[in-house]
Design a protein. Structure first.
Length: 383
């Protein structure tokens, strides 16, 4: 048995923040948090640093010049390892709208490489598309947009070996409501996105089982006092989760504050929507089939200047919401770990420091700069 204790100025557990405490780790699993340790116990003392849960990115397309849609096993492995430098210990590789054939191949590749990655753990697959509408297409390619099909989804799921646990669609698409009802019965989370839905159309999507609003405010019909739109539905649907990209480009800090106040931190999932340029120098890249220019911390389509994913790190998003006075450190960390994990039903295996869970955690300084990342109780990244 490999038993040791870790201690730091603060330990951010699932429900509390502990000080002057020791967190037990046994064979890579979190144990009890205690005030005293047995005589002779092995202790790793992080001094004035803070210990937080490993972060969970449930919406990320790429990193370090690799993209999930490259359909390359080595690329996915590199994304996984690279994410450790962002404090991410679990993630959902995220697709883009493409041909049905390529999506199936990508799903198969992710399933094959799932247990071979050495960095952040693959906890599922997020299919972002192809059931969207053109009005809010963003950087999704509309030539592949189609209507929801259970048969098509089942084929992808077979190729994915059951790993798809989240799919996004526009709720106003023909057949969308029946599709939402059916796939949620299969245990798959349905997210609403890239949609020109009215408030009522979006509300029906939620009533049929839609439970996440993808990158809230972006890629959806906006709010007005006479037609609340999809943004209004995201605010009013208290049980649904709202994703947020907190890079300062996608959403104004005041809008972030409003949504967090309305929905509470428990229902906000910080995500990155990061594309291949994440962790790379600014310059010219591609997102799917579209040329993208990364400049001043933002990724934009070269064709029309629309935002095309982000180059945000998840720990950067945590730091931003704290710096913007939107959330406490405790809540900000929770919005980047437990909330996203809960949103797709993987909180039993990741998302918090809790007895019985894998000892995936991060070490931060008091400025929320990442110092170290641990997986299963082993140090995997040091700044």
């Amino acid at each position: 048995m490999n038993q040791f204790f870790i201690t730091a100025e603060k330990i951010f557990l699932e429900e509390t923040v502990e000080t002057h405490s020791y967190l037990e780790i046994v064979d890579g699993i979190f144990g009890d948090c205690v005030k005293e340790v047995p005589e002779g116990a092995k202790i790793i003392d992080f001094g004035d640093k803070w210990i937080g849960p490993g972060l969970v990115d449930t919406h990320i397309h790429g990193f370090l010049n690799h993209d999930v849609m490259d359909n390359d096993t080595e690329g996915i492995k590199e994304i996984s390892k690279g994410l450790l430098s962002c404090g991410v210990t679990s993630f959902l590789p995220t697709t883009l709208t493409s041909s049905s054939e390529l999506l199936g191949k990508v799903a198969h590749t992710i399933a094959e490489v799932k247990d071979e990655v050495e960095g952040a753990k693959i906890q599922g697959i997020f299919f972002e598309g192809p059931y969207f509408t053109e009005e809010h297409k963003g950087a999704q390619n509309p030539i592949y947009f189609t209507h929801p099909s259970i048969e098509e989804f089942d084929e992808w799921q077979t190729q994915a070996n059951g790993l798809i646990n989240k799919i996004a669609l526009a709720p106003e698409k023909e057949g969308a409501l029946a599709f939402i009802s059916e796939v949620t019965k299969k245990g798959v989370t349905v997210a609403l996105a890239h949609s020109d839905a009215t408030y009522e159309e979006a509300k029906k999507g939620v009533e049929h089982g839609g439970s996440i609003f993808v990158h809230t405010f972006n890629g959806m019909s906006g709010f007005t006092h006479r037609e609340p739109g999809m943004v209004g539905c995201a605010m009013a649907s208290r049980e649904a989760y709202g994703e947020l990209i907190c890079d300062g480009h996608h959403v104004h800090p005041t809008a972030v504050d409003i949504l967090v106040n309305v929905k509470t931190p428990e229902k906000i999932a910080l995500i990155t929507d990061c594309m291949r340029a994440g962790g790379m120098p600014e310059g010219h890249y591609h997102l799917g089939e579209f040329p993208v220019k990364v400049e001043n911390g933002a990724a934009r389509l070269e064709s029309n200047g629309s935002l095309a994913g982000s180059v945000l790190t998840l720990i950067g998003g945590v730091k931003n919401v704290v710096d913007w006075n939107v959330a406490t450190v405790f809540d900000a960390l929770k919005m980047a770990s437990l909330a996203p994990a809960k949103s797709v039903g993987i909180d039993d295996v990741c998302g918090s420091i809790k007895k019985g869970k894998a000892a995936d955690f991060i070490v931060l300084d008091n400025q929320l700069e990442l110092c170290k990342t641990y997986l299963d109780g082993e140090e995997k990244y040091t700044k």
